[in-house]
Ligand binder design. Sequence first.
Ligand code: MIG
Length: 720
Amino acid sequence: MQKNKLTTKRYQIGNPYPTESVIQKIPLENSIEQLNDFKIHQSKEQVSLQRKLSPETAMYGLGQNMGPINRRGRKFRMFNMQARPQTPDCFAVNGPYSFLIIKEADTYLGILIDCPSEINFDCGFNNQKLLDITIESSDLDIYLINSSHLKDVLQEYVRLTGTAYLPPKWAFGFQQSRYSYMNAEEVKTIANKFRELKIPCDAIYLDIDYMDDYKVFTVDQKPFPNFSSFVQEIQGQGFNIIPIIDPGVKIESGYSVYEDGVKNNYFCKDAEGNDYIAAVWPGLLHFPDFLREEVQNWWGDLHKFFTDLGITAFWNDMNEPEIFYSPETIKKLQQTASEMDYTAWRDLDPIHYKIKMDSYMLNSETYYPDFFHQTPEGPVAHTKLHNIYGFKMLQAASEGLLKLNPNQRYFLISRSSTIGANRLSGVWTGDNHSWWEHLKLNIQMVISLNLCGVLYCGSDIGGHCGNADEELLIRWTQLGAFVPLFRNHTEKSSRQQEPWEYNVQTTQILKDTITLRYALIDYLYSEFLKSRSSHLPFIRALFLEFNDPSLDEINDQFLCGSSLMVAPVIEANARYRNVYLPECNWLFWSASAYNQDNFQILKSGTHRLAVKLSEVPVFVKENELILLTEPEQYLGELEKKEASLVGLVTGTANFSLYYDSGSKINDNPGILNIKIRRNGASIDLEHDLIIGDTPITYQKISLKIFSLSGDCLRREITLK
Ligand code: MIG
C-alpha cells in the first residue's frame, strides 16, 4: 500500500457565513479549480461538486442518517428536520453533518462542507458511478482531508471542529424518561421504585408538562408545588433531574421571558420587521434569534432559574426549529374549508387540496422563508441559515451554564445539532419507533455520529412512538448498556415502559442488564476519556480498528473504544446470533448478570452463538482487558475499593484505566497502568499509578487471566 501523508486543504467560495462549526483556522487554497478529483459547477444560488465513484468506493459519515454506515447508493438531504416516522425513505433528519469520508483503494478523503444552508449528498443514488453534492448556497467553505489512514482523517476532523463534549460521569448511568411524568408525585413514585427494586438509575427527565402552559423557564406550580424541595428530595436519593428546554417563547403579557425578548429585540423577525409569530406547544410564540451573541447571552443567563435550584442538566428539543402552524396557515386552512363543497365530492380535488394543506401546515419547512435573522449584513431568511439554529441554541446554553457554574461540567443533549455541536453537547437521535428496525438503526446512527465527532449520543431505548413488547425492550436495553447515552424514553400514547412494567422475569433481566452497565461503568468511562483525548470515536465501526475488507458491511456489531466488541441481538425470537470476529482470538462473554462467569475463548472468523433472552454477546480482544467493579445504585454512591480485570493474555497486555472527578472541566485524569506478560503457564505482572487531580479509591484489583487453552490464572494487585 502506498502511504500518503495527511493533507488538509481549505477552499472558499463566495463570502461564507461565520458558522463557528470549524474552530481551527487553516489557510485558504488560492485556486478552487484544484479541488482534488471533484468537478465544480457554480451558479448564483448553488454550487455542485461531482466525483466519479469506482465500484469499490465506500462512503461513511454524515451523522445520524438513515440506512447502513456505508452511505453508498443512497441520498441524504442535509436539512435539519424531525423525520417522523424515521422510515428508510427519510432523506433528512435532525442532525445535518456534512462530513463524508470517501474510501478508495489506498486512501481516505474526508470532505467537510461548512455552510448553514441545505446540502444534498447523492452518494450514487441517481447514478451509481457518481457522487453528487449540491449546496443551496454560493457562500461556503470546503475542507478536504486526505490520508491513507482513516484515523488521521477523523483526528483532523476533530482538530478542525473541536474535541468532543464531555458530560459529567453520572451521565453514563441509566436514565429514565417519559413524555411526561405529569406531577411531582409521579416522579417520586418512579424514583422510589428504582431504589426499592435496586435497579440502578442516575437521572429522571421532566418533559414539557412540567412547564406552566409550556412557557420555557417556568414550572407549573399545581402539579409541582414546592419545586425546590421536590428537586432536593429527588436529588437526595441520588438522581439528577433533567428538564426539557424548547426554544419557542410563548406570547403572553406579563411573562418576563417574552417581555424581555420583545423589549430587547431578541426574536426573529418577519418580512415587515415585526417579531415573527409561529405556533408550537405553547400556542403562538416567538423564536429567539440565537445567531446573535446578545441573544445567546440572554438565553444562557436564563438557565439561572434552574441552576439556582441545583439543576445543571438539560435536554434541548424542537430546536430545528419544529413548527406546528402559523396564523397565516390557519387562515388558509379555514379559507379552504369554507370553500369545500359537498356537491364536489364526486371530484376528488378539494380533498386532495385539504390533504395537501394539512401536510403543508405540519411541515415546518414551509415556514422557514418567512422569518429572518439579524446579521451584520442585514436580515437573512431563516432558510439560508437553518442548519445552525439548534447549534446556536446549544452555544447559548453551554456558555450560560459555564458562566453560572465555572469549571463544572453540565449535562446537555440536543435533538437538533450540526458540525460544531459535537464540542458542546450530546445528541439523542429524535423520535424513533418501537420497531426492531430502529434498534438496528440505533447502532448505525451512533457509529456514524461518532465518526462525526459526537461521542456522547444514543437513541430512545424501547422506541419513542409505539409500544415495545418485553423482548424488544430487553434487547434494546442490552444494546443501550454499551452506548454512552443510556436512556429509556417513550411518548404519551405509548404504554408505560419503566423496567418493572412488564413481568417479573423481564424486570429481573432489565435489572441485571442495567446493573451490568454499572459494573462496567468505570471501564466504559475510561475508554470514553481515552477516545475523546485521542480525538477518535468511542463507538467504533469495526473497520476503524481492523484492516479486513469484509468489515465494511458490518452494521450490527461495534466496539466501545478499541478492544471491547458488542454484538447485540437485533431480531425478534433470536436464539442464535451470527458474529464475525476479526483478526485475533477473543474472550467471549455471554453477558447477563455482571457476576456471571461464563467466559469462553473463540478464534477469529464467523461464529453462530446461542443467546438466551437474558444475554448479550460481548467480546474482549486478545491481549486486552476489561475492568469490572461492584455496581452502585447511582454514581458516587459507594467508595469503590475493589475492581477486577478480565482478559485473554497470550503475549503482553497493557491496560490503562483513566479516572477523574467526573464533574470538573479542567480535570487532569489519573492513570492506572497494568502490564501483564505471559510467561508459559504463568504471568508476570507490573503496575504503576500516575497521580491525577482525583485520588483512586481502589485498594485491591483481582485479575482473571485466561490462556488460549481456557485455563484461568488468578492474581491480585494491592494499591496503596
Ligand atoms: O413533538 O416534548 O423528540 O423526546 O418527548 C414531540 C415531547 C415533542 C419530541 C422529542 C421527544 C419529546 C417530545 N418532543
